[in-house]
Design a protein around this ligand. Structure first.
Ligand SMILES: C[S@@+](CC[C@H](N)C(=O)[O-])C[C@H]1O[C@@H](n2cnc3c(N)ncnc32)[C@H](O)[C@@H]1O
Length: 209
């Protein structure tokens, strides 16, 4: 049986619809994702980032939701973590974890409310399914300083369907970033009946130029 939001289907890129989904899910998100579906992407992303930047880096968790990635960044030892998301109830859940220096409500499909070179690194975990175009990536390259690092996760089926490799190459050709490492395909939501081993996740580590 499909879950209410058909997670494994074609994700909506309508920001208002996505916001409503995550507003509704906020109270149950952590238990559903971690316990029921075996979601480990936040932990994997935090461990990956720690291999590429110092723990004194100022990090932005992009699409932080209820703060799972912030919690993992703290576990790894990052001291200064900021977060942004469109869902206010999710941001409130994230605030309750007390791991973020600041939390800012923003739509990732619009220019981001951060100055140039504000961060040493940014992670975007479990979010790109809901994002169209290349605007977010250009914004990340603007707000993360040159030499900083991005860690992006993307569903393996959407990497293919949306030709994510072309986007990576396009921004590299423009001199915005350089690919540092791409993970193998890893389990995404192994406990979700529609994901299983059919839909996995890949992590992309990029250096901002
Ligand atoms: C699957 S959750 C991932 C949350 C968190 N990164 C994690 O791994 O647990 C997707 C998150 O992306 C956020 N999101 C989706 N589209 C967005 C948009 N256009 N602007 C800001 N946040 C967005 C949702 O509100 C939600 O919190």
């Amino acid at each position: 049986m499909r879950d209410k939001y058909d997670w494994a289907g074609k994700p909506s890129t309508d920001s208002a619809a996505v916001m409503q989904q995550y507003d509704e899910m906020a109270p149950t998100y952590d238990a559903t994702l971690l316990q029921d579906w075996g979601y480990r992407a936040p932990a994997v992303a935090a461990d990956l980032l720690a291999r590429h930047v110092g723990l004194n880096s100022t990090v932005l968790d992009v699409g932080c939701g209820t703060g799972l990635t912030g919690g993992e960044l703290k576990r790894v030892g990052f001291a200064t973590v900021h977060g942004t998301d469109i869902s206010q109830p999710s941001l409130e859940a994230a605030a309750n974890k007390r791991v973020y220096e600041s939390l800012v409500r923003a739509n990732l499909m619009e220019p981001l409310p951060f100055a140039d070179d504000s961060f040493d690194a940014a992670l975007c975990v479990g979010v790109l399914s809901y994002i169209t175009g290349d605007g977010l990536f250009r914004e990340l390259c603007r707000i993360v300083r040159a030499g900083g690092v991005l860690v992006l996760s993307h569903r393996t089926d959407l990497v293919v369907q949306r030709e994510f490799g072309k986007l990576l190459a396009q921004l590299a050709a423009e001199g915005l970033w350089r690919s540092v490492e791409t993970s193998t395909n890893l389990p995404y939501l192994p406990g979700h009946p529609d994901f299983g081993t059919q839909i996995e996740v890949q992590f992309f580590i990029l250096k901002v130029l």
